[in-house]
Design a protein around this ligand. Structure first.
Ligand SMILES: *Cc1c(COP(=O)(O)O)cnc(C)c1O
Length: 337
């Protein structure tokens, strides 16, 4: 099976499993799991921020982040296709009691001007704008990356208007590798950063929320309320440490694989627009002979799995468990269609 449905499908490698098995553990709700503590310190250090908290999922880190930055009745500003709005079960309303101001961005990315125009005036009729949430890379933007200078401009608007800035960095490491940027840069502009260890980095479980000491203290309380306090989580944290130490640079291989597959798709008469491939995601429009679900079904007959994300769009996601020979095989199949 060649599984392009998501970069969450990876299984731990023998090296990662060995690291998990060797991990010293304790009860993390008591703060006594040395491996969880090590992962949290490692992440805080990477970003030059004060503290971090390990959570079971990226949905939880995002939702905790939003909860800690807002009060009920506040408004969160984000792009219309963003994960925090589209794929977290209405959590912004459910968990934080906030309304959302949706911006129509460019492949998932918004600008400082758009943010500025969407901040509510200080008026009793209006929800209070308190938080901007960005996504980098932007999943529904086809793995698009922000220009760092654009983020800095958004940060300035936030500073000028007393708004906080959160990053959904589920695939931040893909952006860092593609743009030759560093974690440290991101630590200087965001009030909170959520990263996923279970996407391209290849860990089976886990996300980390990073921020100031006071903020993460509050986040730890909310994690408990949300049911995310785990016990001997060091086995999972060890996978995360292994992923950060071994699986970041190789994301460039996934990006190169995505380019090769996109080039093969480009030649086909049933492929309409392919969103620019910047990282490990390919999103393209299907036309003519096939519908998106139809093409997905045909690929499946050749053991290639890709999701139809709408009636006209298919998404391929590259990851650690897709080898270059699997990419060769995929291109061979595409060529025959
Ligand atoms: C996967 C993902 C998340 C977190 O998802 P979980 O499955 O809850 O870990 C958050 N944001 C984006 C953009 C994602 O792709």
């Amino acid at each position: 099976m060649i599984d392009f449905r998501s970069d969450t499908v990876t299984r731990p490698t023998p090296g990662m499993l060995a690291a998990m098995q060797a991990a010293p553990t304790g009860d993390d709700v008591f703060g006594e799991d040395p491996t969880v503590n090590r992962l949290e310190q490692l992440c805080a250090g990477l970003f030059g921020m004060e503290a971090a908290v390990f959570c079971p999922s990226g949905t939880m880190t995002n939702q905790i982040a939003i909860k800690c930055h807002t009060q009920p009745g506040d408004e969160v500003i984000c792009e219309q296709l963003s994960h925090v709005y589209q794929y977290e079960g209405g959590g912004i309303a459910f968990n934080s009691g906030c309304s959302v101001r949706l911006l129509h961005g460019d492949r998932g990315r918004i600008t400082a001007t758009q943010v500025k125009q969407s901040i509510n005036a200080d008026d009793v009729h209006k929800p209070v704008s308190t938080l901007v949430s960005l996504e980098n890379t932007a999943n529904r933007g086809g793995g698009s990356c922000y220009q760092f200078t654009d983020i800095q401009e958004i940060k300035q608007v936030c500073l000028d208007n007393n708004l906080r800035l959160h990053l959904d960095g589920a695939r931040l490491f893909n952006a860092l590798v593609a743009k030759h940027e560093t974690c440290g840069q991101y630590g200087t502009v965001f009030d909170s950063i959520s990263i996923c260890l279970s996407k391209g980095l290849g860990a089976p479980v886990g996300s980390v929320l990073i921020g100031s000491g006071a903020y993460i203290k509050k986040a730890r309380r909310i994690r408990k309320v949300f049911g995310g306090g785990m016990r001997q989580a060091g086995y999972l944290a060890a996978a995360g440490i292994y992923a950060l130490e071994n699986n970041v640079a190789r994301l460039a291989d996934d990006h190169a694989h995505a380019q090769r597959i996109a080039a093969a798709l480009q030649k086909k008469d049933f492929v309409d627009e392919i969103l620019p491939v910047e990282t490990n995601i390919i999103i393209f429009e299907v036309k003519g002979r096939f519908t998106a679900p139809g093409l997905s079904a045909i690929l499946k007959q050749s053991n290639i799995y890709a999701i139809a994300i709408s009636s006209t769009q298919i998404r391929f996601v590259l990851h650690l468990d897709i080898s270059s020979s699997m990419v060769d095989e995929t291109i061979r199949v595409i060529d025959t269609l």
